[in-house]
Ligand binder design. Structure first.
Ligand code: PHI
Ligand code: ZN
Ligand code: CA
Length: 506
């Protein structure tokens, strides 16, 4: 346990003067104590004892619709209010009973860049639910209280949530996500979920957001892999091996990934049986469930592996501090195509297209067996498009006769990374297309990187904006150009393409 002082950190004199002068300039300074904290196990266990006492006083359960649930919600909310959080008790109805979500916002941070952390607070009716999910509830509560103790000023806005009625089908988290206004939904850039993190016969599972295991459900929304890696990094740092657990939506992150919000989390196992390989990896008992009291009356304070609970709480703190206090990416270069920035059509002079050449403008929509050229852009009014007008039919201003290309102005990249390019694109074609047709985006410096290479096919493909990303670290310090080309080759086909919002961020 790290017992060094958190608030009264003694800064070296030079750092102290630098900090002082920054504060005199009105520049917000982040206390040097932003290192992820070590969450005290005793605090976690005190919360679990309170959840147990609440169950004991309310018929042995903290289930949806029972008084022990609302008492649990009030316990959590009172502590957050006392710590300076702005809390809301969101109500919903399920199965004829009122359910409650406790939502707690930490004031400050970028309101357009929200990190959410959640856990379900309800138990099943059969028992007090101390591992499922007093453990996750206590762990995120203690992380929130530590944010307050440190007076953390993260770059991101932090929002913690305790969900009701998870055990009846993710009811509280579904209600929350489905009732978020669309604008608010897009501000939530990540969601971390903790459901069962103190299983007595614990495994150390991290949600397989990148589907590197290749089992069950596929990968989560873009960004889930990075959340997974941040959590794995912590366990690696303490020498605890982890394994993936399928990202199948069997807990409150399900509604988040369903609307495209990246998610991550940990899990120490439920009714599944620990294999001998897993017992060799982590200790514990092979041939026995990770939690033999899963959904039973014996899921009490005696049903907790202290080491697992402590490690997971520290992993949560590590993830929250790392993600929320990371310096926001700086845009190195971007083009939204709203104004002319010096792109050159046919830069090599070898283009063969006879129609549908790249141009910047306000695109007109065409349809032919579905959307082809899109009349919508990703931002603003203009994009880069192959033949801006609609013409009298979809085939009028599509690409014809060969290749059309367009090249960006020179872009000077900073000498160190990380450098990440993102862009939006679509390729649309009719069933008369073939693999000879394509849309390609390359970055050209001393070497060439292919960002996108989408070929056609003899099927109908409708236009739909999609994002592509590429790492440009290899080009750090170089002056590069982006070259975009598209082709209707090898026989006339209906081919349309568009590009918008190219961004390089560090
Ligand atoms: N949500 C289940 C248990 C569970 C937790 C399953 C986490 C998978 C994962 I990952 C329950 O509350 O019973
Ligand atoms: Zn459960
Ligand atoms: Ca999977």
């Amino acid at each position: 346990m790290l017992l060094t002082c958190r608030k009264g950190v003694r800064l070296p004199i030079v750092a102290a003067i630098a900090t002082l002068s920054l504060s005199l300039l009105g520049v917000p300074t982040q206390a040097a104590a932003a290192a992820p904290p070590d969450i005290p196990l005793a605090n976690l266990k005190a919360h679990l004892a309170q959840f147990q006492a609440i169950a004991n006083a309310n018929g042995g359960t903290r289930a949806h619709g029972r008084p022990g649930y609302l008492a649990s919600a009030n316990y959590v909310r009172d502590r957050l209010n006392a710590a300076g959080f702005t809390t809301t008790l969101q109500t919903f109805t399920y199965n004829g009973a009122t359910g409650y979500n406790v939502i707690a916002d930490w004031p400050g941070g970028n309101p357009d860049d929200i990190l959410m952390i959640g856990a379900h607070l309800d138990s099943v009716t059969a028992g007090p639910g101390i591992n499922d999910n007093g453990s996750g509830s206590a762990a995120i509560l203690e992380a929130a209280l530590e944010v307050s103790r440190q007076a953390l000023q993260p770059a991101k806005h932090l929002r913690f949530a305790w969900w009701g009625a998870e055990e009846l089908g993710l009811r509280g988290s579904r209600f929350y996500v489905n009732n978020l206004p669309a604008a608010e939904r897009t501000r939530i850039k990540g969601y971390l979920n903790f459901d069962m993190v103190g299983s007595p016969n614990a495994g150390y599972f991290v949600y397989d957001g990148d589907d590197s295991d290749g089992t069950g459900a596929g990968p989560g929304p873009a960004g889930s892999a990075a959340l997974e890696q941040t959590i794995i990094d912590y366990f690696t740092s303490i020498g605890v091996p982890t394994r993936g657990t399928d990202f199948d939506g069997r807990s409150d992150y399900g509604p988040f990934i369903a609307v495209g919000i990246p998610a991550g989390g940990t899990f120490t196992g439920a009714e599944g049986i620990k294999t001998s390989a897993q017992a060799a990896l982590w200790g514990g008992t092979a041939g026995q469930a990770f939690d033999p009291c899963y959904h039973r009356s014996c899921d009490t304070t005696a049903n907790i592996n202290d080491t697992a609970l402590d490690r997971n709480a520290d992993a949560i703190a590590h993830a929250v501090w790392t993600i929320a206090t990371a310096a926001p990416p700086v845009v190195v270069w971007q083009d939204t195509f709203e104004t002319a920035t010096g792109w050159t059509v046919n830069p090599s002079g070898t283009d063969t297209a006879t129609a549908g050449q790249w141009e910047r403008g306000d695109p007109e929509a065409t349809t032919s067996s579905g959307a082809k050229q899109l009349g919508t852009t990703v931002s603003g009014t203009n994009d880069l498009v192959t033949g801006r007008p609609a013409g009298s039919s979809a085939g009028t201003y599509d690409i014809d006769g060969g290749v059309t290309s367009i090249q960006s102005p020179p872009i000077t990249l900073p000498s160190s990374g990380p450098l990440n390019l993102s862009l939006s694109w679509y390729l649309a074609h009719g069933s008369n297309s073939s693999s000879a047709d394509y849309l390609r985006v390359r970055v050209i410096g001393t070497t060439t990187a292919t960002v996108l290479n989408q070929t056609g096919a003899a099927t109908n493909r409708n236009g739909a904006w999609t994002t592509a990303t590429a790492n440009l670290n290899a080009f750090a310090g170089q002056t590069v150009r982006i070259l975009i080309d598209a082709a209707d080759a090898s026989g006339a086909s209906l081919v349309e393409a568009g590009i918008d919002d190219i961004k390089i961020a560090r």
